[in-house]
Design a protein around this ligand. Structure first.
Ligand code: NAP
Length: 246
Protein backbone atom coordinates (compact mmCIF):
# COMPACT_ATOMS: atom_id res chain seq x y z
CA UNK A 1 0.00 0.00 0.00
CA UNK A 2 1.30 3.49 -0.86
CA UNK A 3 2.21 5.58 2.21
CA UNK A 4 0.46 8.96 1.91
CA UNK A 5 2.27 10.48 4.92
CA UNK A 6 2.42 10.83 8.68
CA UNK A 7 -0.36 12.22 10.85
CA UNK A 8 -0.63 13.10 14.53
CA UNK A 9 -4.20 12.72 15.84
CA UNK A 10 -4.77 14.20 19.28
CA UNK A 11 -7.38 12.54 21.51
CA UNK A 12 -7.38 9.33 19.49
CA UNK A 13 -8.09 6.96 22.39
CA UNK A 14 -11.86 7.31 22.01
CA UNK A 15 -14.71 8.69 19.92
CA UNK A 16 -14.03 10.76 16.82
CA UNK A 17 -10.23 10.61 17.18
CA UNK A 18 -10.32 6.82 17.39
CA UNK A 19 -12.41 6.64 14.19
CA UNK A 20 -9.89 8.98 12.55
CA UNK A 21 -6.95 6.78 13.65
CA UNK A 22 -8.64 3.72 12.12
CA UNK A 23 -9.51 5.55 8.90
CA UNK A 24 -6.04 7.08 8.37
CA UNK A 25 -4.17 3.89 9.30
CA UNK A 26 -6.48 1.95 6.97
CA UNK A 27 -5.50 4.27 4.11
CA UNK A 28 -1.80 3.60 4.72
CA UNK A 29 -0.85 6.69 6.74
CA UNK A 30 1.62 6.46 9.63
CA UNK A 31 -0.59 7.40 12.56
CA UNK A 32 0.53 8.72 15.92
CA UNK A 33 -2.28 7.96 18.36
CA UNK A 34 -2.27 10.54 21.15
CA UNK A 35 -4.15 10.05 24.40
CA UNK A 36 -4.10 11.52 27.87
CA UNK A 37 -6.11 9.61 30.50
CA UNK A 38 -7.53 6.58 28.64
CA UNK A 39 -4.37 4.49 28.51
CA UNK A 40 -6.13 1.11 28.28
CA UNK A 41 -8.42 2.21 25.44
CA UNK A 42 -5.47 3.72 23.56
CA UNK A 43 -3.37 0.57 23.99
CA UNK A 44 -6.27 -1.60 22.82
CA UNK A 45 -6.72 0.49 19.67
CA UNK A 46 -2.95 0.41 19.05
CA UNK A 47 -2.89 -3.41 19.33
CA UNK A 48 -5.92 -3.79 17.05
CA UNK A 49 -4.25 -1.73 14.33
CA UNK A 50 -0.81 -3.33 14.74
CA UNK A 51 -2.46 -6.76 14.35
CA UNK A 52 -3.68 -5.59 10.95
CA UNK A 53 -0.08 -4.67 10.06
CA UNK A 54 -0.94 -0.97 10.00
CA UNK A 55 1.64 1.69 10.85
CA UNK A 56 0.76 3.20 14.23
CA UNK A 57 2.57 4.59 17.27
CA UNK A 58 1.24 5.58 20.66
CA UNK A 59 2.13 8.64 22.72
CA UNK A 60 0.62 10.01 25.92
CA UNK A 61 0.60 13.78 26.15
CA UNK A 62 -1.68 16.32 27.77
CA UNK A 63 -2.20 18.83 24.97
CA UNK A 64 -2.62 21.61 27.53
CA UNK A 65 1.06 21.17 28.48
CA UNK A 66 3.53 22.51 25.96
CA UNK A 67 6.47 20.39 27.16
CA UNK A 68 4.47 17.17 26.72
CA UNK A 69 3.26 18.30 23.27
CA UNK A 70 6.83 19.06 22.10
CA UNK A 71 7.92 15.62 23.35
CA UNK A 72 5.08 13.96 21.38
CA UNK A 73 5.86 15.85 18.17
CA UNK A 74 9.60 15.10 18.43
CA UNK A 75 8.80 11.43 19.16
CA UNK A 76 6.64 11.25 16.02
CA UNK A 77 9.21 12.92 13.78
CA UNK A 78 11.94 10.61 15.08
CA UNK A 79 9.84 7.45 14.63
CA UNK A 80 8.59 8.28 11.17
CA UNK A 81 11.34 10.61 9.91
CA UNK A 82 8.74 13.25 9.16
CA UNK A 83 5.33 14.73 9.81
CA UNK A 84 2.74 15.86 7.27
CA UNK A 85 -0.56 16.40 9.07
CA UNK A 86 -1.72 17.48 12.50
CA UNK A 87 -5.31 16.83 13.53
CA UNK A 88 -6.25 18.85 16.61
CA UNK A 89 -9.14 16.67 17.71
CA UNK A 90 -8.75 16.27 21.50
CA UNK A 91 -11.29 18.13 23.56
CA UNK A 92 -13.51 18.15 26.62
CA UNK A 93 -17.06 19.34 27.16
CA UNK A 94 -19.05 20.44 30.18
CA UNK A 95 -22.66 21.43 30.65
CA UNK A 96 -23.26 24.13 33.28
CA UNK A 97 -25.31 27.26 33.70
CA UNK A 98 -23.09 30.23 32.92
CA UNK A 99 -23.52 31.52 36.47
CA UNK A 100 -22.27 28.16 37.85
CA UNK A 101 -19.08 28.04 35.78
CA UNK A 102 -16.16 28.39 38.15
CA UNK A 103 -12.82 29.88 37.28
CA UNK A 104 -11.15 26.45 37.20
CA UNK A 105 -13.88 25.14 34.82
CA UNK A 106 -13.23 28.07 32.50
CA UNK A 107 -9.43 27.66 32.68
CA UNK A 108 -9.57 23.91 32.04
CA UNK A 109 -11.89 24.38 29.05
CA UNK A 110 -9.73 27.08 27.47
CA UNK A 111 -6.46 25.31 28.32
CA UNK A 112 -7.48 22.07 26.61
CA UNK A 113 -9.88 23.14 23.83
CA UNK A 114 -8.10 26.32 22.71
CA UNK A 115 -4.59 26.51 24.16
CA UNK A 116 -4.14 22.81 23.28
CA UNK A 117 -4.72 23.72 19.62
CA UNK A 118 -2.16 26.56 19.92
CA UNK A 119 0.38 24.25 21.61
CA UNK A 120 0.11 21.50 19.01
CA UNK A 121 0.05 23.82 15.98
CA UNK A 122 3.07 25.84 17.14
CA UNK A 123 4.96 22.67 17.97
CA UNK A 124 4.46 20.99 14.56
CA UNK A 125 5.27 24.23 12.74
CA UNK A 126 8.86 24.00 14.03
CA UNK A 127 9.08 21.13 11.53
CA UNK A 128 6.56 22.12 8.81
CA UNK A 129 7.53 25.77 8.26
CA UNK A 130 11.13 25.24 7.13
CA UNK A 131 9.85 22.56 4.71
CA UNK A 132 7.00 24.72 3.38
CA UNK A 133 4.62 21.78 3.50
CA UNK A 134 1.95 20.48 5.84
CA UNK A 135 -1.70 20.46 6.81
CA UNK A 136 -3.40 21.33 10.09
CA UNK A 137 -7.00 20.26 10.70
CA UNK A 138 -8.72 21.66 13.77
CA UNK A 139 -11.89 20.17 15.25
CA UNK A 140 -14.34 22.83 16.43
CA UNK A 141 -18.10 22.28 16.83
CA UNK A 142 -21.42 23.63 15.58
CA UNK A 143 -21.63 25.21 19.04
CA UNK A 144 -18.62 27.32 18.07
CA UNK A 145 -20.73 28.66 15.19
CA UNK A 146 -24.15 29.14 16.78
CA UNK A 147 -23.44 28.90 20.54
CA UNK A 148 -24.97 26.46 23.03
CA UNK A 149 -26.95 27.36 26.12
CA UNK A 150 -25.27 25.96 29.25
CA UNK A 151 -22.03 25.53 27.32
CA UNK A 152 -20.74 29.10 27.15
CA UNK A 153 -17.12 28.17 27.92
CA UNK A 154 -17.21 25.27 25.42
CA UNK A 155 -18.81 27.48 22.74
CA UNK A 156 -16.30 30.27 23.36
CA UNK A 157 -13.34 27.89 23.05
CA UNK A 158 -14.74 26.30 19.88
CA UNK A 159 -15.49 29.72 18.33
CA UNK A 160 -11.89 30.56 19.18
CA UNK A 161 -10.74 27.51 17.22
CA UNK A 162 -12.60 28.84 14.15
CA UNK A 163 -10.96 32.28 14.44
CA UNK A 164 -7.61 30.60 15.05
CA UNK A 165 -8.05 28.50 11.88
CA UNK A 166 -8.91 31.46 9.66
CA UNK A 167 -6.09 33.68 10.95
CA UNK A 168 -3.44 30.96 10.83
CA UNK A 169 -4.53 29.93 7.31
CA UNK A 170 -3.85 33.49 6.13
CA UNK A 171 -0.46 33.59 7.84
CA UNK A 172 0.67 30.17 6.61
CA UNK A 173 -0.73 30.28 3.07
CA UNK A 174 2.50 31.71 1.62
CA UNK A 175 4.35 28.81 3.29
CA UNK A 176 2.12 26.29 1.50
CA UNK A 177 0.57 25.01 4.74
CA UNK A 178 -3.20 24.53 4.74
CA UNK A 179 -5.21 25.10 7.92
CA UNK A 180 -8.84 24.01 7.98
CA UNK A 181 -11.53 23.32 10.50
CA UNK A 182 -14.20 20.65 10.94
CA UNK A 183 -17.19 21.76 13.01
CA UNK A 184 -19.17 18.56 13.69
CA UNK A 185 -22.82 18.52 14.66
CA UNK A 186 -24.07 16.04 17.26
CA UNK A 187 -21.93 12.91 16.98
CA UNK A 188 -22.55 9.67 18.88
CA UNK A 189 -19.58 9.40 21.28
CA UNK A 190 -19.03 9.36 25.04
CA UNK A 191 -19.11 13.16 24.90
CA UNK A 192 -22.90 12.86 24.71
CA UNK A 193 -23.09 10.84 27.94
CA UNK A 194 -24.26 13.90 29.86
CA UNK A 195 -27.38 14.21 27.64
CA UNK A 196 -30.53 12.38 28.78
CA UNK A 197 -32.30 10.03 26.29
CA UNK A 198 -35.08 12.67 26.07
CA UNK A 199 -32.58 15.42 25.21
CA UNK A 200 -30.99 13.19 22.56
CA UNK A 201 -34.42 12.46 21.03
CA UNK A 202 -35.22 16.18 20.97
CA UNK A 203 -31.89 16.86 19.29
CA UNK A 204 -32.52 14.13 16.68
CA UNK A 205 -35.89 15.65 15.90
CA UNK A 206 -34.29 19.02 15.24
CA UNK A 207 -31.76 17.57 12.77
CA UNK A 208 -33.06 17.50 9.16
CA UNK A 209 -31.42 14.10 8.54
CA UNK A 210 -33.22 12.87 11.73
CA UNK A 211 -30.23 11.11 13.26
CA UNK A 212 -26.99 11.71 15.12
CA UNK A 213 -23.73 11.66 13.21
CA UNK A 214 -21.23 8.81 13.37
CA UNK A 215 -17.54 9.32 14.28
CA UNK A 216 -16.62 7.66 10.95
CA UNK A 217 -18.44 10.46 9.11
CA UNK A 218 -16.16 13.04 10.72
CA UNK A 219 -13.13 10.86 9.97
CA UNK A 220 -14.14 10.82 6.28
CA UNK A 221 -14.15 14.61 6.28
CA UNK A 222 -10.67 14.69 7.83
CA UNK A 223 -9.38 12.19 5.27
CA UNK A 224 -10.55 14.49 2.50
CA UNK A 225 -9.00 17.62 4.05
CA UNK A 226 -5.72 15.74 4.55
CA UNK A 227 -5.61 14.50 0.95
CA UNK A 228 -3.97 16.09 -2.09
CA UNK A 229 -7.50 16.72 -3.42
CA UNK A 230 -7.81 19.43 -0.75
CA UNK A 231 -4.53 21.21 -1.58
CA UNK A 232 -6.38 24.39 -2.68
CA UNK A 233 -8.61 24.51 0.41
CA UNK A 234 -7.46 26.60 3.36
CA UNK A 235 -9.09 28.67 6.10
CA UNK A 236 -12.40 26.86 5.65
CA UNK A 237 -14.91 25.46 8.11
CA UNK A 238 -16.68 22.27 7.03
CA UNK A 239 -19.61 21.29 9.21
CA UNK A 240 -20.83 17.69 8.91
CA UNK A 241 -24.01 18.14 10.94
CA UNK A 242 -26.96 16.47 9.16
CA UNK A 243 -28.37 19.90 8.30
CA UNK A 244 -28.63 20.91 11.99
CA UNK A 245 -26.89 24.21 11.22
CA UNK A 246 -27.26 25.55 7.69
P1 NAP B 1 -14.69 11.96 23.51
O1 NAP B 1 -15.28 10.67 23.05
O2 NAP B 1 -15.01 12.46 24.87
O3 NAP B 1 -13.10 11.88 23.32
C1 NAP B 1 -12.30 12.95 23.67
C2 NAP B 1 -10.86 12.64 23.35
O4 NAP B 1 -10.07 13.79 23.70
C3 NAP B 1 -10.34 11.47 24.16
O5 NAP B 1 -9.54 10.66 23.33
C4 NAP B 1 -9.50 12.13 25.24
O6 NAP B 1 -8.37 11.36 25.62
C5 NAP B 1 -8.99 13.36 24.49
N1 NAP B 1 -8.53 14.40 25.42
C6 NAP B 1 -9.26 15.12 26.30
N2 NAP B 1 -8.46 15.96 27.00
C7 NAP B 1 -7.20 15.75 26.53
C8 NAP B 1 -5.94 16.32 26.84
N3 NAP B 1 -5.81 17.26 27.77
N4 NAP B 1 -4.85 15.88 26.15
C9 NAP B 1 -4.96 14.93 25.21
N5 NAP B 1 -6.14 14.35 24.88
C10 NAP B 1 -7.24 14.75 25.54
O7 NAP B 1 -15.10 13.14 22.53
P2 NAP B 1 -15.42 13.17 20.96
O8 NAP B 1 -16.88 13.29 20.81
O9 NAP B 1 -14.69 12.11 20.24
O10 NAP B 1 -14.79 14.60 20.62
C11 NAP B 1 -13.64 14.79 19.82
C12 NAP B 1 -13.61 16.24 19.37
O11 NAP B 1 -14.79 16.55 18.63
C13 NAP B 1 -13.59 17.23 20.55
O12 NAP B 1 -12.75 18.32 20.24
C14 NAP B 1 -15.04 17.67 20.63
O13 NAP B 1 -15.18 18.95 21.23
C15 NAP B 1 -15.43 17.68 19.17
N6 NAP B 1 -16.86 17.60 18.91
C16 NAP B 1 -17.59 16.54 19.36
C17 NAP B 1 -18.97 16.51 19.10
C18 NAP B 1 -19.85 15.37 19.54
O14 NAP B 1 -21.08 15.52 19.44
N7 NAP B 1 -19.33 14.25 19.99
C19 NAP B 1 -19.56 17.56 18.39
C20 NAP B 1 -18.78 18.62 17.96
C21 NAP B 1 -17.43 18.62 18.22
P3 NAP B 1 -8.25 10.60 27.05
O15 NAP B 1 -9.59 9.97 27.33
O16 NAP B 1 -7.14 9.63 26.79
O17 NAP B 1 -7.87 11.65 28.07
Amino acid sequence: MENPGTVIITGASRGIGKAMAKAFAGKGYNVLINYNKSENAAKELYSQLVEKNLSVELCRADIAKRGEVDFMVDFCIKKYAGLDILINNAGISQSKLFTDIEEHDWDEMININLKGVFNCAQSVLRYMLPRKRGKIINVSSVWGIVGASCEVHYSAAKAGVIGFTKALAKELGPSNIQVNCIAPGIIKTEMLDSYSPQELDDLKNSIPLMRLGRPEEIAACALFLASKDADYITGQVISPNGGFVI
